[in-house]
Design a protein around this ligand. Structure first.
Ligand code: BG6
Length: 254
């Protein structure tokens, strides 16, 4: 029975590679939303993908989120020449889920170093420009982020992420009105793959991932199906690590 299940998942992986225009899809059996053991496996699988792609002297950019926290937890190899940076800063997450925190934990696991983005949440684009202009260190970090060899990021449901980050109700209503279903890196996306609302911050945006070597997304649970589709549809994504529940829900939508 288990062999049959795995066989079915391999077929589904191939289908999603083609339809979502990705290089690789990895599907973990089960539902990470309902089962913490599956959440752990999702983290482990993504950590494995990172291990495969990681070479000497690379820069790895990471997002925040509870899924990425599991990826960090699962890393059990070292690569001391790695520099880990947050993909984007100041998105209003609790400290455990902030990209800075995840970057520091992953750097610690790898025995490498980290460079963090210390910028306040919720400041305007103009203020960010002014901060950047006056801070050479911050500019070096921003530059390292833009040239990362690998990006590993989570994907969230649009409204849930906006609420979790304390976005004002009027803005949430606007994000919904624009049809956003998914979110990654502080950018809210509508189907079939359009960024419709951007949180102002420093770091990577979905539409400037062309320079990044390998983009790895990690997200599971059937509730994230539309979110995953919308984010994958924005363009540059290479590897998707997901679970059976999300993959089957995506299959029903494509
Ligand atoms: C955020 C990331 O921290 O976590 C997002 O910036 C991502 O890219 C989100 O969408 C996902 O969170 P979780 O907890 O569902 O893994």
């Amino acid at each position: 029975e288990y062999i049959r299940l795995l066989h079915g998942l391999v077929t589904l992986e191939t289908e999603l590679v083609e339809k979502l225009n990705l290089k690789q899809v990895i599907i973990i059996p089960g539902d990470s939303e309902a089962d913490s053991a599956v959440r752990r496996e999702l983290g482990r699988a993504a950590a494995g993908v990172l291990n495969q792609h990681l070479g000497d002297n690379m820069t790895v950019a990471v997002s925040g989120g509870s899924t990425m926290a599991k990826v960090a937890e699962a890393i059990s190899f070292s690569m001391p020449s790695t520099t880990v940076v947050p993909a984007r800063g100041g998105l209003g997450e609790i400290v455990e889920y902030q990209a800075n925190t995840i970057a520091a934990v992953i750097a610690g696991k790898l025995g490498g170093r980290y460079r963090l983005l210390h910028i306040p949440d919720g400041v305007s684009e103009e203020t960010l420009e002014a901060i950047l202009a006056g801070d050479a260190h911050l500019r070096t970090v921003a530059d390292a982020i833009r040239h990362a060899n690998i990006l590993v990021h989570g994907i969230g449901e649009a409204v849930e992420m906006a609420e979790r980050r304390g976005v004002p109700a009027e803005t949430i209503a606007e994000i919904e009105r624009r049809g956003a279903v998914g979110e990654a890196l502080g950018q809210y996306c509508a189907l079939p793959g359009k960024v419709v609302y951007v949180t102002s911050s420093i770091g990577l945006r979905l539409d400037d991932l062309a320079e990044i070597g390998t983009v790895i997304a990690v997200a599971g649970g059937s509730a994230k199906a539309k979110a995953i589709l919308a984010v994958a549809g924005t363009g540059r994504q290479d590897v998707l690590v997901t679970d059976e529940a999300a993959a089957k829900a995506i299959q029903l939508l494509i």
